[in-house]
Every structure is written in structure tokens, then in C-alpha cells.
Write a protein that binds this ligand. Structure first.
Ligand code: COA
Length: 504
């Protein structure tokens, strides 16, 4: 049942700041930097950005938009179609925006998710003019209680000149008290951030701001978009089985405890399949220190296999959402939502010893990973938080199907066309064919097992031939430079790498 505004808003005199979304959108001027809530389709402001898009159709304006990560409700699409976005950061997944980015019309800054607010705080990224934050409640001193995500909302609201709050009356009351808002001190006097395990709470349950900055309160009952996690197929299940087998082995030989180490997993079908696979393994007392709490997190909590999960957002499928949201109170002592600079903090990731599982578009025979650019040039989504975790994790794992586009493209290539995660940050690669454990291996040793364990058998002879020729030329990391990107050239010119598999 939805709440009333006076139940959720304790701020005295709040009624005087009540506005329609169209009125609030008028507070945003051409050229402004706007910080908006929203992280992996959860907790984005839903009314004002759409009002801004409507306004821009007759009163053109451009803004720089920063969010936590991706947005739901097609907001990036509407803003792109209305020509509102001059600059966008730090992550997106929208097809229309992606096309505009790749046409060079929107300047997209692809950034580690932990870094945005650190750079803002240190005045390296300009100044937030207006923050638009979705709230499930407003405290009597104007504090903002976020909804299904924290993302960058806390720092956006604290650093902004003016704040527009979208008070969402359809959010469960159990969200109040779930968040842990902590803002690190300014350097050089910064104190250690005292998170010592996934469940440590170090902050307060709302975003403290000066109430005088609240320029508008807009009421909404809009819903988050459900996640679009696909049904596990044979390939994703095989990837999951390889990884579960690896974890079992690590436990057997004493390199990991049966509770493993805190888990981080990217969002999506493959990551969900891997996490769901943990339900079958001999693991107990699992914890998660990740960005997104997704269906598999709640399945693991329900099964008793997982004891605690820390994230920055809750993003669920339609079906799982119907199961979880009405009973969120039952999970309150087992989950926490933090700002993304805390959920992804490199120091905490290193301290906790996180097992990081992320997805690659392609990897090369030496272990460099490309997660963002198709054929070196075309942005897919962005690096997201994968780099925050991959560089600093206890184990840095990348998963990918061995081929893309029905086998026309090999995901294992001589040299990746763009590097997001360099060979130094990649411990394990997994495809449906097998797992390559790269720990302690030199480049020439890595190439051998990546080709034999992970590449599709169809592409193995061509990869072996490349590696053989490269080794004849010598070097620590052997390459035939004139051929290193020839696989991508074939993809660009012929739409396929299959020609490389034919004997010459
Ligand atoms: N070359 C070209 N295209 C490729 C490819 C390759 N080697 N491998 C995959 N693709 C294409 C697929 O064909 C698909 O295209 P489509 O949308 O037109 O069908 C698309 O990339 C997505 O691939 P898919 O296999 O469906 O995997 P996914 O949905 O899990 O996405 C990433 C994979 C890498 C794009 C995604 O995980 C991502 O954006 N990662 C970076 C951010 C990140 O790691 N976040 C987690 C921590 S925040």
C-alpha cells in the first residue's frame, strides 16, 4: 500500500516546496552540471528528467549528466532523443544513447564507478549545480533517505547548490534504515575507512544536507524497471560449472575457506548463473560485497548459503521483485546499501579480499581484457565497477562466451583491440570450454592455456599459428605486430573472423 507524503516527509513546511515535475525541471538551465540518483536501473529520479526532456523539445538546452550508473525507465533514451545530453558519465547501457555516443554527439566519460565523487569533491570535475535525488523519506532536518540505490546520490546532494527531491510514495517502508551513508574525510587528513567485513555499518541511514538547499519536492509513485536477466542457457551453465569446480578445488587444497571470500559479481545473465550455481556447491556462510544485489543474491540468502550481502543497489527481475519487495523487512538484518564509492572502494576491496567476477567482451592470449569497446572504437556500456574490483580483488575472474555473433567472432584474440583490464589485473579466465588459471604464469605460459582451455576449438588452430610465429620472432610477450589486430580488421571488413579458421 502506498504511503502518504506527510507519513514520509518530516521536514517542517515541506508543502511550500512541493512542485510539479515540469516546474522543477525549470530549475535546470542550459549548460548546468546535474547529478542524478540511479544505479543499475534502481532508484533513478523518474519524473523530473522526463519533464526536462519534454521541455527541451520546445526550449532546447544541454546539460552534463552524472549518475551512479545506468538508469531505468528509458530515461537515457528520452534525454538523448530530446538532445539534452552534452556530456554523460560514468556509465550507461542504453542503445539510443550508445549510438549517440558512437556518433560523437554525446561526450561520454567512461570511468571507474568508485572515482566520480572523489573527483567531484576534489573539484576536478566542475561543480554540481542541481542534484535530483529519489527518496523514500525526508527526515525532519531535511535528510534524504534513498530508495533502491545509493549510487552517487549522497555526494551529489551534499555537493550540489540546489537539490530536487523526488519523494517516491510507492517504495517499501522497510527501505528506511537499510542504507549506510558514509562520506570519507577530505585528504590529507582522511582517516581509515573502518569497513572490516561485508556487514560493518559505519555511517548514518540518510543523506544529511542543509535543508535550505531543497529547492523542490516532487511526488512520484513510479516503479524501477525490472532487470533483464536472461534465462541461463547451456553455455552460461557450463561457465558456472567450471567456476564452481575451481572454487571447490581451491577449498580442497586450503587456498580458500568453505565460506570463500566476499563475492562481487557484475550484473547480467552470466554472473547470475554463476552465483546461482553456488547454491549447489559445498559452500557455507557466503558473503557478498558487491555493487548490485540481484536475484541470485536473494536466492542465496533464502537458501541459507549466504549470511550477508552488501551492495549499492537492489535490481531484481519482475518475478523476483514481486517475491522480495513486499517482504523486504525480513532481509533488513542481512543486507545493506552503501554509496558506490564505499561498495567499490579499492582499499576495502583489497582489505576484504574480494573474489571479483566480471564479464569480458574479449580477452587476448596473454590475459588482457576488453570489456567496453567493440573493434577498438565502438563503446558498448562502459567499464562500470569492474576495474575497481579487478585490480584490487583477492581473485580477479573474467568470464565470457568463447565466441560472439553465432560464432562469427572469437572472444579470444591475439591482441585485444582495447584494454580495460590489463594482464596484471586478471587471474582467471573462464569460457564455456574451460578455465585458465593465470596465477604465477609468464606470458608465454598464459597463451598456451588460454588457447587450449578457453578459446573455441574452431579458432584454436589460428591462435596457435599466431602464437607459434610470434614466439619465433621472440620477446617476453611475443607478437607479430602487423597481424596483432588482423582479427579485428576481418571483423570490421567482413563482419566475421571465420575466414581466419580456413587453412591457407
Ligand atoms: N566482439 C563483439 N561483440 C561482442 C563480443 C565480441 N567479442 N562479445 C560479445 N559481444 C556482443 C554480443 O554479441 C552482444 O551484442 P548484442 O547486444 O548486439 O546482442 C553484447 O556484446 C553483449 O554480450 P552478451 O554475451 O549478451 O553479454 P552481457 O550482456 O553479459 O554483456 C558486457 C557483456 C561485457 C558488454 C557487459 O558485461 C559489460 O558491459 N561489462 C562492463 C561493465 C561491467 O563489468 N560491469 C560489472 C561491474 S559494474
Amino acid at each position: 500500500m502506498k504511503a502518504t507524503a506527510s507519513e514520509r516527509c518530516q521536514l517542517k513546511g515541506w508543502e511550500s516546496r512541493l512542485m510539479s515535475a515540469d516546474e522543477a525541471a525549470e530549475l535546470i538551465q542550459d549548460g548546468m552540471i546535474v547529478g542524478m540518483s540511479g544505479f543499475t536501473r534502481a532508484g533513478e529520479a523518474k519524473e523530473v528528467p522526463l519533464a526536462l526532456a519534454r521541455r527541451a523539445r520546445h526550449d532546447p538546452l544541454k546539460i552534463s549528466l552524472m549518475t551512479g550508473a545506468s538508469l531505468g525507465n528509458d530515461i537515457d533514451r528520452h534525454l538523448t532523443e530530446a538532445g539534452v545530453l552534452a556530456r554523460r558519465m560514468p556509465f550507461q547501457v542504453d542503445a539510443t544513447l550508445r549510438a549517440a555516443i558512437n556518433r560523437g554527439e554525446v561526450m561520454f566519460i567512461d570511468q571507474h564507478l568508485s572515482e566520480t565523487v572523489e573527483q567531484l569533491r576534489n573539484k576536478q570535475l566542475g561543480h554540481i549545480d542541481v542534484a535530483i535525488i529519489e527518496a523514500s523519506a525526508i527526515t525532519e532536518d531535511g535528510g534524504i533517505v534513498p530508495t533502491a540505490s545509493v549510487g552517487n546520490s549522497a555526494s551529489f546532494a551534499i555537493l550540489a547548490d540546489r537539490v530536487i527531491i523526488e519523494l517516491n510514495l510507492s517504495t517499501p517502508e522497510a527501505l528506511i534504515g537499510l542504507h549506510d551513508i558514509y562520506i570519507p574525510q577530505m585528504r590529507p587528513a582522511r582517516q581509515p575507512i573502518p569497513v572490516v567485513d561485508a556487514s560493518t555499518r559505519i555511517g548514518v541511514d540518510h543523506i544529511p544536507i542543509d535543508p535550505a538547499k531543497i529547492a523542490a519536492i516532487v511526488l512520484t509513485e513510479g516503479q524501477d524497471s525490472p532487470s533483464t536477466v536472461g534465462i541461463p542457457n547451456e553455455d552460461t551453465q557450463r561457465i558456472a560449472r567450471h567456476l564452481i569446480g575451481f572454487f571447490e578445488h581451491e577449498v580442497e587444497v586450503g587456498r580458500l575457506p568453505p565460506s570463500l571470500m566476499p563475492l562481487q559479481a557484475g550484473i547480467g545473465t552470466m554472473a547470475n548463473a554463476v552465483l546461482n550455481g553456488l547454491m549447489e556447491g559445498p559452500f557455507e556462510d557466503l558473503t557478498m560485497y558487491s555493487e548490485v544485489l540481484q536475484d541470485s543474491t536473494f536466492n542465496l540468502l533464502d537458501s541459507g548459503k549466504m549470511t550477508f550481502a552488501s551492495g549499492s543497489s537492489i535490481t531484481l527481475s519482475e518475478e523476483c521483485g514481486q517475491r522480495i519487495w513486499p517482504h523486504l523487512a525480513d532481509y533488513r538484518d542481512r543486507i545493506v546499501l552503501r554509496p558506490q564509492e564505499m561498495s567499490n572502494h579499492p582499499g576495502i576491496v583489497r582489505r576484504l579480499g574480494i573474489i571479483a567476477i566480471n564479464t569480458a567482451l574479449e580477452a587476448d592470449i596473454y590475459g588482457n581484457v576488453n570489456s567496453t569497446h567493440v573493434n577498438a572504437t565502438r563503446m558498448m556500456n562502459g567499464i562500470g565497477g569492474s576495474g575497481d574490483f579487478a585490480r584490487n580483488g583477492h581473485l580477479s575472474i573474467f568470464i565470457t562466451k568463447s565466441t560472439a555473433k553465432n560464432g562469427a567472432l572469437s572472444s579470444f584474440v591475439p591482441f585485444v583491440s582495447h584494454v580495460d583490464h590489463c594482464e596484471h589485473d586478471v587471474d582467471i579466465l573462464v569460457s564455456e570450454h574451460g578455465l585458465a588459471d593465470l596465477r604465477g604464469l609468464a606470458p608465454r605460459e598464459r597463451a598456451d592455456i588460454i588457447i587450449e582451455h578457453c578459446a573455441d576449438p574452431l579458432y584454436r588452430p589460428a591462435l596457435r599459428a599466431y602464437f607459434r610465429e610470434a614466439c619465433q620472432r621472440g620477446g617476453h610477450t611475443p607478437h607479430c605486430l602487423e597481424k596483432a589486430l588482423s582479427w579485428h580488421l576481418a571483423a570490421e571488413q567482413e563482419g566475421s573472423m571465420l575466414g581466419l579458421t580456413e587453412p591457407t
